[in-house]
Design a protein around this ligand. Structure first.
Ligand code: NAD
Length: 340
């Protein structure tokens, strides 16, 4: 039996999740839903994805554009076992009553409050917590990136204190009306919301985060300073642990990936689709160990890092895999992140 998945909201995240769903052997895409016709709606139909429209949308706008509509969101979720809600921030919470009324399970995104779901989710961090759940929230891109790193460090060396400075991209590449385009804008609320959000995955983690927004669309960069309980023998031990963990891509010094432009150039050449980098990117050269203090940078491709997590969330909810490692391997193989 394949789990039938509907994707409500076909934007940055929704289109990637839909593309990821159709690659999985145990999932089936029922369709995708949008509010208005545009080139993305045309793309969905070109790919053979049934296109549904939100109840509030004007079907005549779609027919005027020559786009065939398969039905409404209510009809779409009536055919699904689970809906992935990838609508803009806060719309997911408003949609929850619709999903509850239809008796369909739901995966929400990180733009929603944690209270939208029974559990917040990160595959490396707390896969088992989502097992059998009806409502799961995949945490945001930044929280996903930090949680993955915590999942590597915490069980190996323990954490006395984790501080992160998040250098956030201003907007996604297509969001030409957002800014800043010339300036650095600190988030003056300290700590930023990211630390408490990581604690939805690791409740006991002593973490503090601050954030600032810079004029780039490519990726976020995290500057991590971690006071460990027990230090590894060397930086090499830490780097080896990252390399051995799925969804980490460590660049060696000789690769000369100096910053996010080179990482994205790597992504464009690799050709996973959408120029995506769903892994945490770490620069080996930028890892430093001072006593028990580990310093490292990581870059997070905001548009794609949560996409494999959505797939694993569904597997956990329907108990389709015996454990996190199996689900992650299945997902990553299907997405072309690993071979063999
Ligand atoms: P987006 O604006 O790119 O896409 C949202 C899509 O939903 C659009 O196609 C929009 O037309 C559609 N939509 C709006 N209202 C709708 C409704 N009522 N019913 C159906 N569709 C509707 O947004 P996004 O960036 O993909 O973000 C989606 C969610 O993912 C948010 O919670 C966001 O915080 C989270 N997220 C975004 C990123 C990112 O970098 N873009 C990263 C991680 C998580």
């Amino acid at each position: 039996m394949r789990v039938r998945v509907a994707v409500n909201g076909y934007g940055t995240i929704g289109k990637r999740v839909a593309d990821a769903v159709v690659k999985q052997p145990d999932l089936e895409l029922v369709g995708v839903a949008k509010t208005s016709p545009d080139f993305e709606a045309r793309r969905a139909l070109d790919l053979g994805y049934p296109l549904f429209v939100a109840e509030t949308a004007s079907r005549s706008d779609f027919s005027a554009a020559g786009l065939a509509v398969a039905g409404t969101v209510t009809e779409m979720i009536g055919r699904a076992d689970v809906v992935v809600d990838a609508t803009p921030d806060k719309v997911g919470a408003a949609n929850r009553a619709l999903y509850d009324a239809a008796g369909v399970r739901a995966v929400f995104q990180g733009g929603e409050k944690a209270s939208v779901a029974d559990v917040s989710f990160n595959a490396l961090g707390n896969y088992a917590a989502a097992r059998g759940q009806r409502r799961v929230r995949v945490v945001s891109c930044n929280t996903t990136g930090i949680s993955r790193a915590v999942a590597v460090v915490l069980p190996r060396w323990g954490v006395e204190r984790w501080d992160v400075t998040l250098v956030r991209r201003a907007a996604d590449p297509a969001e030409s009306k957002k800014g800043p385009i010339n300036g650095i804008v600190p988030s003056l609320h300290i700590p930023s919301h990211h630390g408490p959000d990581v604690q939805t995955i690791f409740p006991e983690l002593p973490i503090s985060t601050v954030a600032l927004v810079v004029p780039t669309t490519l990726m976020h960069v995290h500057v991590n300073r971690v006071r460990l309980r027990n230090a590894p023998a060397s930086v090499d031990e830490f780097v080896a642990a990252l390399r051995a963990t799925p969804r980490f891509r460590v660049f060696a010094p000789w690769e000369r990936a100096d910053g996010t432009p080179q990482v994205m150039e790597f992504a464009r050449s690799r050709g996973l689709g959408h120029d995506d980098v769903p892994e945490n990117v770490v620069w080996e050269e930028g890892v430093r160990l001072d006593g028990r203090d580990m310093h490292f940078f990581q870059a997070i491709h905001q548009e794609s890092v949560t996409v494999p997590e959505n797939i694993d969330a569904i597997r956990a909810m329907f108990d389709l895999a015996p454990d996190a490692a199996t689900s992650i391997r299945m997902t990553d193989r299907a997405l072309g992140l690993v071979r063999g």
